[in-house]
Design a protein around this ligand. Sequence first.
Ligand code: GDP
Ligand code: MG
Length: 364
Amino acid sequence: MLHCGIVGLPLSGKTTIFNVITRAGAEVKPYSGGKTDPNRAVVDVPDARFDRLVDVHAPRKRTPAQVEFVDLAGLSKGAGKGAGLGNAFLSFVADADALLHVVRCFENGAVEHPEGSVDPLRDIDILETELIFRDLAVVENRLGRLSAKKKLLPEESAEKALLGRCMDCLMDEKPIRSLSMTPEEARALRGFTFVTAKPQIIVLNLDETQKETAALPNGEALERAIKERALCVIRAYGRFEMDLLDLSPEEAAEFADGLQIDEPARERLISEAYRTLGLISFFTCGPDEVRAWTLHDGDSALDAAAAIHTDLARGFIRAQVVSYGDYTSHGDSYASCRDAGVLRLEGKEYRVKDGDIIEIRFNI
Ligand SMILES: Nc1nc2c(ncn2[C@@H]2O[C@H](COP(=O)(O)OP(=O)(O)O)[C@@H](O)[C@H]2O)c(=O)[nH]1
Ligand SMILES: [Mg+2]
């Protein structure tokens, strides 16, 4: 299963955000240190389309899409050069498919800040710098090996040129994710598990009083950086939302309303993580089961068949496809969609779209 690693400086609220997302009730402490093995939990991806399909079909079993979240130990300055917890932490980060980067914005006299003051932009840069150091070490190592060779194969020369671009980018203090690359180039780099190449969502962990980004310490520069670097940002009220988990839905809604917090971050965090991972869902519907299946954006009908069962891929004939929108506006069944002429028969190469409702025809 794909998983999202939660990273950030110590005491930024990583475990708090992890609890908000997963409702796992992991221990939250006002001091850092101690336990270093990560918290893990699998969550259902909220999807109103899935909920509606379940209502319509009333199946015996419902299986939503899922993503795993992993709450890592905090990263301290110097980790990229191997200081402290650095190496163990970075190998967890290298494993993740995407990163949720929690940044402390909240003021809390009872909770020390490892840098002595609250400054979200500085903290974003500290973590990014550590990740950049780690990737630089990987690039240098590989380039060193390639340079030591007397003669390079053509693909090694191409690799060397590509790694040279990565090196320039990192030396410029930019993440590899900011390089524009062809899909082939991105694939060639996959084996290095570059941590700055991973999709990243910044979670601004706010107090209930911190509604405007510009009002945060160094807030205007933060706002500029978010725009200039095209950062993907979600605002969350970590502690407040964790407290809401103890209330009934009605009480929680009333409470959030009172503070004029429009929408708790929980669902946004999960669905944004799913999207940032480059994932889409297709559905299979019937009286036995309504199920959301996960594919990478760009996957084909054959990939969809293989996700369900290898036999379906082996004996693939055609995929019977209808978009979610057409399905719901034409009677919520294959039969009514066929009558309305919105049911399509697609071949192996068909590129599956988010929300497609699919039935595989196969023969083995
Ligand atoms: N005031 C306030 N305190 C928070 C918030 N989020 C976390 N904290 C507190 O900060 C401390 C560290 O939180 P934790 O989630 O354990 O941070 P971690 O070290 O990054 O995992 C705890 O005492 C939390 O209660 C927040 O949004 N507002
Ligand atoms: Mg923690």
